[in-house]
Design a binder for this molecule. Structure first.
Ligand code: AMP
Ligand code: ZN
Length: 114
């Protein structure tokens, strides 16, 4: 738990969110400003700022986040046509919340990436 971290507060349920899934390692919520018809965030309960801090035991945790996102993609009907999983990291990627989170985007053609 990091004070003044929005996603810590959501994980702790002291701030509201539309909860889609939770287990002992992570929660999944609806993104409040969706950029696609399906836009979910898979958030570890443990606070760390982003992908640059993934090492050691966190490698397995991040694999779990991907597995949860894949399950949500299947359950929400976007698996077959396709979806995107994104970890925005620092300024050029537009990261705004510095508690690691995995974006799941789908439900429409998402456009190419450079
Ligand atoms: P990022 O830019 O990768 O740091 O992503 C942060 C995401 O969190 C953005 O897509 C925001 O729309 C989303 N977001 C911000 N505040 C909330 C909130 N209270 N509940 C759900 N999603 C949020
Ligand atoms: Zn946090």
């Amino acid at each position: 738990m990091s004070e003044d971290c929005l996603f810590c507060k959501i994980v702790e349920k002291s701030d509201p969110a539309t909860l889609l899934y939770e287990d002992e390692q992570c929660v999944a919520i609806q993104d409040i400003f969706p950029k696609a018809p399906v836009h979910f965030l898979v958030i570890p309960r443990q606070h760390f700022s982003g992908a640059l801090e993934v090492d050691g035991a966190r490698e397995q945790l991040v694999g779990h986040l991907v597995a949860v996102a894949a399950r949500l993609a299947r359950e929400n009907g976007v698996a077959e046509k396709g979806f995107r999983l994104v970890f925005n990291t620092n300024a050029h990627a537009g990261q705004t919340v510095f508690h690691l989170h995995l974006h799941l985007l789908g439900g429409q053609a998402l456009g190419g990436m450079a």
